[in-house]
Write a protein that binds this ligand. Structure first.
Ligand code: NDP
Length: 331
């Protein structure tokens, strides 16, 4: 049973040396448990703040602890009649090859319904986050201007497509021309701006002639400030992520507080883990939109747990193109 643990707390930018690979034996299921083999592991930005020894909405990791994470796994041995051998489940086993679950811990995934990995992206936590943050918190109306940061990523890609379904004018912000071309050409956003461009702020102003009614904020830092410079009165912000700051040595001092006040902006800071009851509302809608082609998604799949630290660092620096997964064991 290969496992990846946090070796030490990172100091600023996380490095591969902050992780350690361990090898052990697979655990034995007790009565009421099943042994599962992990097929896919989801690598998510929230794992990075969990590595810092600071107060948060979940306890932080300590050196030697298994890296946490959502997984898709298959039952290989069972002592739980609710989980026959061969059942595919979504569960939270972290960065390891094998683990124990019971029926109460898992969501059954139907492999006939589509690629099982989608249960970690558009039909999983990132999709539900997009649905909740955009539709439930900011409620975009037809004709409004919605800006989405980290627009090509797991959450942002779904947010923009949902905003289009609601009839909004959608402007993405992403890193690099290739991602921007995908956001407009494949995902159907009205425009997408490369924040690395020297003329980013001018392009943002051109793309938001009627200013911004809704911001779905995933990155924080200077990009957040730039969009706050374009908000309309009574704009709504879904404050979802702050990824530009997760590895920062010095916290960025937000300048847009003045804009928040002058334009009486409502900021909805949220963490989807607080809203477990929302999943059954979001998933059927997301499945329907995926099935009828209204939403599309893209995955970036690394191979093997040994490469997970590298893929994780890549995702935190924008090397991923779409939802970052690790194929832990191939069929
Ligand atoms: P993504 O698939 O979007 O991958 C992360 C992306 O962040 C990278 O590809 C990169 O895109 C962008 N990024 C990284 N560093 C920077 C930077 N310095 N400045 C600008 N962009 C950067 O990840 P997710 O969709 O899984 O997560 C997106 C955000 O949503 C994260 O902040 C995450 O913490 C948050 N989140 C919050 C949840 C909640 O419950 N509140 C739940 C799920 C996610 P690019 O190449 O375009 O720069």
């Amino acid at each position: 049973n290969t496992r990846v643990v946090m070796r030490r707390h990172p100091n600023g930018m996380v490095t591969e040396a902050d992780f350690a690979i361990e090898h052990g034996t697979a655990p034995e299921p007790a009565e009421g448990q099943a042994l599962v083999q992990v097929k896919y592991l989801s690598l998510d930005p929230y794992m990075r703040p969990m590595m810092d020894p600071v107060r948060s909405y979940v306890p932080h990791l300590n050196p030697g602890q298994l890296m946490p994470g959502a997984t898709i796994a298959e039952v290989v041995e069972t002592r739980d009649p609710g989980l026959p051998v061969g059942t595919t489940v979504a569960c939270a086993l972290g960065w390891q090859e094998y683990g124990l679950v019971s029926a109460a811990d898992v969501r059954i995934v139907d492999p006939e319904a589509g690629p099982i990995s989608a249960a970690l992206s558009v039909l999983g936590m990132p999709g539900v986050t997009a649905h909740y943050g955009l539709l439930e918190l900011t409620e975009p109306k037809a004709g409004e201007t919605v800006v989405v940061t980290a627009a090509s990523g797991a959450v942002g890609s779904v947010v923009g497509q949902l905003a289009k379904l609601k009839g909004a004018r959608v402007v993405g912000i992403a890193g690099g021309p290739e991602k921007c071309a995908y956001v407009v050409g494949e995902l159907g956003f009205d425009s997408c701006i490369d924040y690395r461009s020297a003329t980013f702020e001018e392009q943002l102003a051109e793309a938001t002639p009627d200013y911004v009614d809704v911001l779905f904020e995933n990155v924080g830092g200077p990009i957040f400030d730039a969009v706050l410079g374009r908000v309309n009165d009574h704009a709504r912000v879904a404050l979802c992520g702050n990824i530009s700051q997760y590895n920062a040595d010095e916290p960025y001092g937000l300048k847009g507080v003045r804009q928040l006040l002058m334009h009486r902006v409502t900021v909805h800071a949220f963490v989807i883990a607080d809203h477990r009851g929302y999943w059954p509302r979001a998933l059927p809608e997301l499945s329907g939109w995926l099935a009828d082609g209204s939403i599309r998604y893209r995955e970036d799949v690394a191979s093997g747990l040994v490469d997970a630290p590298k893929a994780f660092i890549g995702m935190l620096t924008g090397l991923n193109f779409g939802k970052q997964l690790v194929e832990v064991s191939a069929d």
